[in-house]
Write a protein that binds this ligand. Structure first.
Ligand code: P1T
Length: 379
């Protein structure tokens, strides 16, 4: 099935009891049983809910995976993956990634005896010196948030398979429309569904997709035992969002390309971070594993002061100053004080995330209006 058809139909069947073409919102906490243990596959809504089940099927299908699991947020999905591990285990993670992922790893899980090594994975072989008998997981984002670094998923998978280590890819920025990590050898794909999959900035949700039945069983056990599940209404919203992912992503890619080039040619802009530039350090890898380059980008001004960046951040009108990304409306964000504030400054600077960096989530408004908004703010 071609991708557009899959996005609209995958995982969703007309409701068997009524024929409703849209999956109903099963707003219920429990399910009546005919006798103890005699039920229709649903016992209690933390463990199973039909609206969530439809969404999980859709998520699996669009990531070309066998199993999908939904969580109450992206970080809850990440949390579930790390709960596969035990004290003493080690994780190799990307040095540039969402600040909340860094915070979860370093401020919560390190306390429980899990060790995290931050590594620049733009060259996949850079992970090899960190692998030892305790290494259980490689965690990466590609493109990374916010520097748009690219790592070679197939090359990482080649290494992790050799050492029997799990590879989890946070595919939030690319979305299944542009990239499918499981096809490239990853074991688990993670999404902040809050972003492009939801697509309308009206829901917080996360997801994991995998092929291995053993991994699914373990992660389902964690999902129901820890209980970070989304409500049925949020599942309905995401089912609805997924149906237009391809249409929205095409527009995000088109606007993203126009704005990346506009910024790059602006006399006040020093550098633009966008993975669609042919001179991006890993453009060849991006081209190989992605079907487009999306609407996320970051840039720095020639005036590197935080004041200059703040002036731009406060001067846009269409680009709303807010955390998050991936909605139909454009957002502007200051990673150093907002989304990545939990990363210590020295660590941020070491990894190339400067105090003046500005991140854009380019929406699907008219590109001319967006450019006029940026032009005005840069003035
Ligand atoms: O916000 P939540 O749904 O819990 O997802 C966390 C998350 C995980 N991975 C990536 C790549 C993300 O970007 C996020 C959330 N990011 C933002 C809120 C942001 O503005 O970057």
């Amino acid at each position: 099935m071609k991708q557009a058809t899959k996005l609209i139909h995958a995982g969703v069947e007309p409701d068997p009891s009524t024929g409703a073409i849209m999956t109903p919102i099963f707003q219920t906490s429990t399910f009546v049983q005919a006798g103890p243990g005699e039920h229709k596959g649903y016992e209690y809504a933390r463990s199973q809910n039909p609206t969530r089940k439809a969404l999980e099927g859709a998520l699996a299908a669009i990531e070309n995976g066998k199993y999908g699991l939904s969580f109450s947020s992206g970080v809850a999905a990440t949390d579930a993956v790390i709960k596969l591990l035990s004290p003493g285990d080690e994780v190799i993670c990307a040095n540039d990634m969402y600040g909340g992922t860094y915070r979860l790893f370093t401020k919560i899980f390190e306390k429980f005896g899990i060790k995290f090594h931050s590594v620049n994975m733009q060259d996949a072989s850079a992970i090899e010196p960190f692998i030892n008998e305790n290494t259980k997981l490689v965690w990466t984002e590609t493109p990374t948030n916010p520097l748009m670094n690219i790592c070679d998923i197939a090359a990482l998978a080649h290494i992790t398979k050799k050492h029997n280590i799990l590879l989890c890819v946070d595919n939030t920025f690319a979305t299944p429309y542009l990239q499918n990590p499981l096809d490239l050898g990853a074991d688990i794909v993670m999404h902040s569904v809050t972003k492009y999959l939801g697509g309308h900035s009206d829901v917080i949700q996360g997801a994991l997709v995998m092929n291995s039945p053993e991994l699914h069983e373990k992660l389902y056990f964690i999902q129901k035992s820890c209980g970070a599940v989304p409500g049925p209404f949020d599942c309905f919203l995401v089912l609805r969002g997924i149906k237009t992912l391809h249409v929205r992503m095409r527009a995000h890619c088109e606007n993203g390309e126009l704005i990346a080039h506009y910024l790059r040619n602006h006399p006040k802009v020093k550098r633009v971070y966008w993975c669609g530039f042919s001179d991006h350090p890993n453009f060849e890898i991006a081209k190989k594993q992605m079907r487009g380059f999306g609407g996320m980008m970051s840039f720095e001004l020639k005036d590197e002061s935080v004041e200059a960046a703040k002036k731009v951040l406060k001067s846009t009108h269409l680009f709303a100053l807010a955390e998050s990304l991936g909605g139909v409306e454009s957002l502007i964000n200051h990673p150093a004080t907002m989304t990545h504030a939990s990363i210590p400054r020295e660590e941020r600077l070491k990894n190339g995330l400067s105090d003046g960096l500005i991140r854009l989530s380019v929406g699907i408004e008219d590109a001319e209006d967006l450019i006029a908004d940026l032009e005005n703010a840069l003035k």
